[in-house]
Design a protein around this ligand. Structure first.
Ligand SMILES: Cc1cc2nc3c(=O)[nH]c(=O)nc-3n(C[C@H](O)[C@H](O)[C@H](O)COP(=O)(O)O)c2cc1C
Length: 242
């Protein structure tokens, strides 16, 4: 094992979901900023970066958000809470940004690769990301891809609901990068989906169409901060070779 893989192995093994943090240990909020900067480098669907990271640091807001996290210890005892949020309504500006970056990268080139890349952000992305309130466009896309899929391989996940899954996948990857980076900084985290999303969104001033993927608490584990041994099913039950 190389030094790097040994280091990563230790990081993954030492990350646990911590439910109780020790406030006698000083907490460096800059570590959160650094870890979030790394999180922005996470892979994400079509590089649309339809995510936001909302830090809750002040005592009063943190306590309120902890209450909205159903009063979980992991939230109540944290030094900081970070909400990982998806922002589907920003798709147009992100598609334009990607298209202009493609244009810049391919300046002076008029080849098939350049054309394909531009078409991706100017035609395909709008086709898949545009949605109406009731998801009817998505249903139409679903029917279309079903028909086209009878003849050739097709991406089938094109409904409004599929898009939500797509955005939460990317946001979750950022969350994982963040938690690993926090561990590398010597701190602990706990990802939480047990929260009142309506109240949490209100507190963070998020628009109706934003969704919180998870809220991650941060701090230093207390001696009794990990509730049990780590249990996982056998690798044979989840890893399959084809
Ligand atoms: C999407 C997601 C949501 C979770 N929500 C909560 C939660 O609300 N409260 C909590 O205490 N732990 C929560 N967890 C932590 C899991 O319980 C924990 O990851 C699992 O038991 C494995 O333990 P480990 O993280 O220490 O390896 C969540 C984890 C994930 C990935």
């Amino acid at each position: 094992m190389s030094d790097t893989s040994a280091l990563y192995h230790d990081l993954v093994h030492s990350r646990r979901s911590v439910r109780k943090y020790d406030h006698t240990v000083p907490f460096d909020h800059d570590a959160v900023a650094r870890a979030l900067t790394l999180a922005t480098l996470s892979p994400n669907s079509s590089n649309m970066q339809l995510w936001e990271f909302h830090r809750v640091i002040s005592d009063d807001k943190r306590q309120l958000l902890a209450e909205y996290c159903m009063g979980q210890n992991a939230a109540k005892t944290a030094n900081e809470l970070v909400a990982f949020v998806v922002t589907p309504y920003k798709w147009q500006s992100r598609a334009q940004l990607n298209a202009s970056q493609v244009r810049q990268a391919f300046t002076g080139r008029d080849d098939a690769t350049a054309k394909r890349a531009l078409k991706y952000y100017e035609k395909l992305i709008p086709f898949v990301y545009r949605n109406d309130r009731f998801g009817l466009l998505g249903v139409a896309r679903k029917i279309l891809t079903f028909c086209l899929g009878l003849k050739k391989p097709m991406v089938r996940e094109v409904s409004k609901a599929d898009l939500r899954v797509c955005l939460h996948k990317s946001s979750s990857l950022a969350a994982m990068t963040f938690m690993t980076a926090m561990r590398a900084e010597g701190y602990d985290t706990c990802p939480m989906e047990g929260f009142d999303s309506v109240r949490a969104k209100q507190l963070l001033g998020l628009p109706h169409d934003a969704e919180i993927t998870m809220i991650i608490s941060c701090g230093t584990r207390s001696d009794d901060g990990i509730y049990s041994e780590r249990h996982r099913v056998d690798a044979d039950d989840v890893i399959f070779n084809h």
